[in-house]
Design a protein around this ligand. Structure first.
Ligand code: 3PY
Ligand code: MG
Length: 257
């Protein structure tokens, strides 16, 4: 049987890792997205319309296509984190990690002992991995990647300590929330000066602690800007945006007819 996608090995290779960001609940959408020429598919279970019963066939479809399934969890809740990994996600991104204690709780939920305290029983993940139970136990902490979202001033102030959390695999910037807190509610500015200065700090903290630096980008210009800051694990485009861009391009191309 095909072994579980080795996301850690892939992220250890040079070059960007770009993934789609799904907000709509559909196994078929997940299957089609997994066949796009991108590196992975993320289900946004925080702001997307995807609940756990929706996510189960979506994760299965992504795994069946040989791509890694990434879940942006609804919250840093051990039940939600464990459930996503048990459903076969290769990576969990947890929102609003604002302190080292919250980062430690995240790792505890996502990794088995001795690193954490993940509870055993994810038969879907086990079957999808193609491994025996002892093999899965031995490899799961490496096969499941855990990213802490840095998206507040509070998190930024403690980013070095958060990045030093044992067992954490990466930092993931939510630039919209980050810019909102940096501006005290005045603006969403994904490439504003203050946002980019803050993101430089996050990228440096990630790299100096051996973590992967990730961020939500969402379009080509932002991807280019963030790559320039050292971020490599990037949400490239949202499902609804891809539809809108395709439609706008279609209308543009037939404008002169
Ligand atoms: C943010 O930019 O705040 C995010 O959470 C990405 O969706
Ligand atoms: Mg956010």
């Amino acid at each position: 049987m095909q072994a579980h996608y080795d996301l850690k090995a892939r992220l250890g290779k040079p070059g960007p890792f770009l993934f789609s960001w799904l907000t709509m609940p559909s196994g078929e959408l997940a299957a089609q997205s997994a066949r796009l020429p991108l590196d992975g598919v993320c289900l946004d279970m925080q702001h997307g319309m995807i609940g756990f019963p929706d996510a189960v066939p979506m994760i299965a479809a992504i795994n069946a296509a040989g791509r890694p399934a990434i879940v942006r969890a609804l919250w840093n809740d051990p039940g939600l984190i464990g459930q996503s990994l048990d459903a076969g996600a290769a990576c969990v991104i947890a929102p609003m990690i604002n302190s080292p204690a919250q980062a430690q709780a995240l790792v505890k939920a996502a990794k088995y002992p001795p690193i954490g305290g993940r509870s055993w029983g994810g038969y879907t993940a086990l079957q999808a991995s193609g491994l025996t139970a002892p093999e899965y136990l031995a490899q799961a902490n490496r096969l499941t990647q855990v990213f802490a979202m840095i998206e507040t001033v509070e998190a930024l102030d403690q980013v070095e300590q958060i990045a030093a959390t044992p067992g954490l695999d990466g930092l993931f910037v939510g630039p919209s929330d980050l810019s909102i807190t940096l501006s005290n509610g005045a603006a969403v500015a994904k490439t504003g000066e203050a946002t980019l200065a803050a993101m430089r700090k996050v990228s440096k903290a990630a790299r100096s602690n051996g973590l992967v630096a990730g961020a939500f980008a969402g379009n080509a210009d932002v991807i280019k800007t963030y790559l320039g800051l050292g971020f490599t694990f990037l949400a490239a485009a949202v499902d609804v945006d891809l539809m809108q861009w395709g439609c706008a391009r279609l209308l543009e191309e037939i404008k002169s007819v």
